[in-house]
Structure formats: structure tokens, C-alpha cells
Ligand binder design. Structure first.
Ligand SMILES: Nc1nc2c(ncn2[C@@H]2O[C@H](COP(=O)(O)OP(=O)(O)O)[C@@H](O)[C@H]2O)c(=O)[nH]1
Ligand SMILES: [Mg+2]
Length: 299
């Protein structure tokens, strides 16, 4: 039986003490539980009374809280659950068991989007989650049902490859992006999710802005991971737009016999040129990546 560490990030969560107790009862008393806390002293005391290791967070943000906890963890499997009352500890157990029985995958997360109750997210947040997971799956050739997961588990040896990194502000996708870039396989299983009750969300003051930051990081690191896919698809979209616009200009020319849409013709020409340049950039970057891989292999 592999031993397990469970990390819980907390920032004044009233449900957290009860969730820690559930972790011990559902996953076993020998589970290593580490709480990385940014609460007021009054909110911290009940956490300490559970017997878990409670560490005051030194850094800032959710991603760094998790990194602090993971670095302290001793388990062969390192898992995390948001103790805000929206996730079930039974689902954490399912995710951990799934990982234990799977040699191929190094990271398994719980996905909320398949069985999402109607009142659990606003339409904007729901769309944002769908958009981020779809973008992630295309850029990193994965099949995640959800990438903003409050429950996930990974193998210690996978975490060791990113142990000394400074986490950038991308929520759970930080771990997903970095592990996929290092060649690990990741997947998700459906879990339940409840609307938040009591206090408000803590992760960001402006969720849409947070979402944009995550999308930015996903694109930025995809540039190094699959440049041809990224620049190739941008290029293709531009070329298609240029061709469609060009076709309008041309049909107008055929009908009237004079070329009176110089502005549109120029834009079409530019779209096609920039599109080609983007595809070529993708090809060159892809070639460079291939050369780099060969050099690393030969060393
Ligand atoms: N230690 C720590 N915990 C945090 C921080 N930001 C959020 N959390 C905790 O991380 C979990 C997820 O955050 P939450 O606000 O529920 O994010 P949401 O589910 O995306 O709305 C909750 O348990 C929060 O209390 C932080 O900066 N530091
Ligand atoms: Mg939450």
C-alpha cells in the first residue's frame, strides 16, 4: 500500500476542520495531512485541533500554497482537495485509488463539468471553465473534462520534476501544463460539485481576469510545447479569413468589371501573408525544438 499525503489550501474556510476530519476517516488515520494556511488566528485554531500539520503560508496565492505543501509531503502519492465545502472527500478517495491502479498516468484530477448542478456556477464562470479546458486539450493534446480542479492527485516522482519551480498564477493548470510539458500523461474522472455556501470565493478578486491570466499561460507554454499546432492554427485561420474576403472582392470584380474594393483587397492580401508567415514561424520553431531534442538525446 502506497502512503498518501493530502494538502489543503485554506483561507478562512469554516468547513475546513470538518473536511480534515473526513480525510482522516475516509482515507485512513495514517494519511499525512498538511494544511497551508492563510487564515486569521481565530480561524486557524480549529484547524490545529484536528491534529493535521498546519503551516502558515509564507508565499502568496493558491498555486504557491499548494507548492509549499507538496514540497513538505512525504507520500508516494500527493493529493489535494479544496476544503471550502464544494468537494466531497469520497471523490478524493476515488481519484487517489484511480491513480494507484494506473501505471500510465502520473496525474489524475476530478472533473466537475460533467455533472455540474445548475446553480453551482454563473453562466460566465461555466463558459470560462469550458473554454479553458477546451483550449488546454487542444494545445496540450489531452482529454481533460475540466482543468480548474479542486481535487487532484499525482505521483511523487512526477512532482519531483517541478519541485523547485516558482509557480506562476494559473491555478491547477500550472501543474497540468508543467507535467504535460515534461512528458507525463494526465486525465480526469467525473466528480460531484456543490455551490459554495457561507463565505465567498478566495482565489481571486476578479475571476474573469484570473481566467485570462490562465489562458495566457496556457498559450505561452504551448509555444514551447507544440509551436506548429499553435502558430499553424493561427496562420490557417488568418489565411481562411483572407481567402474569404478575397473571394468577395473577386466576385465583385467579376460582376462590375472594375476593381473598386482596393481597401478590402489589401486587407485580404495582408491576412494571407501574415497567415503564411505564422505557419512558417511554427515550422521553424518546430524544427528548432526537434534539433534541441536530438542534441539532448545525444548528450
Ligand atoms: N493558503 C491559501 N489558500 C488559498 C488562497 N487562495 C485560495 N485559497 C484556498 O484555496 C481553495 C480554493 O479557493 P476558492 O476560493 O474556493 O476558489 P474557487 O473554487 O475557484 O472559487 C479554498 O479552500 C481557499 O480557501 C491563498 O492565497 N492561500
Ligand atoms: Mg472553491
Amino acid at each position: 500500500m502506497k502512503n498518501l499525503s493530502v494538502i489543503l489550501p485554506t483561507m478562512n474556510e469554516e468547513h475546513a476542520p470538518s473536511i480534515i476530519r473526513q480525510v482522516y476517516s475516509v482515507l485512513g488515520r495514517d494519511t499525512e495531512v498538511i494544511v497551508i494556511d492563510k487564515s486569521t488566528p481565530e480561524m486557524r485554531r480549529p484547524l490545529e485541533e484536528t491534529g493535521a500539520k498546519v503551516v502558515i503560508q509564507k508565499t502568496k496565492g493558491y498555486e504557491n500554497a499548494l507548492m509549499e505543501g507538496f514540497r513538505m509531503a512525504n507520500g508516494d502519492i500527493i493529493a489535494s482537495i479544496d476544503p471550502d465545502g464544494t468537494y466531497a472527500v469520497e471523490d478524493l478517495k476515488r481519484v487517489v485509488n484511480e491513480l494507484k491502479n494506473d501505471e500510465e498516468f502520473a496525474f489524475i484530477a476530478g472533473s466537475r463539468l460533467e455533472r455540474l448542478p445548475k446553480d453551482a456556477m454563473t453562466p460566465t464562470i461555466r463558459f470560462g471553465n469550458w473554454f479553458l479546458k477546451s483550449m488546454f486539450n487542444i494545445l496540450y493534446r489531452s482529454r481533460m473534462g475540466d482543468v480548474m480542479n479542486g481535487i487532484f492527485a499525482m505521483r511523487k516522482d512526477a512532482f519531483d520534476t517541478i519541485r523547485y519551480m516558482d509557480a506562476y498564477r494559473a491555478g491547477t493548470p500550472f501543474f497540468e501544463i508543467e507535467l504535460v510539458r515534461r512528458g507525463f500523461k494526465i486525465r480526469s474522472i467525473p466528480i460531484s460539485y456543490k455551490p459554495r455556501s457561507g463565505s465567498k470565493s478566495k482565489i481571486s478578486k476578479a475571476k474573469p481576469f484570473y481566467g485570462v491570466t490562465i489562458a495566457y499561460h496556457a498559450v505561452r507554454y504551448a509555444r514551447d510545447y507544440s509551436p506548429l499546432l499553435l502558430f499553424g492554427s493561427i496562420g490557417l485561420v488568418l489565411i481562411i479569413m483572407g481567402l474569404v474576403l478575397g473571394a468577395f472582392v473577386f466576385s465583385n470584380y467579376l460582376q462590375t468589371g472594375t476593381l473598386n474594393e482596393i481597401g478590402r483587397a489589401l486587407i485580404a492580401f495582408m491576412l494571407i501573408t501574415v497567415g503564411f508567415l505564422s505557419v512558417i514561424s511554427g515550422l521553424i520553431l518546430d524544427l528548432l525544438l526537434e534539433i534541441e531534442k536530438n542534441i539532448v538525446r545525444k548528450r
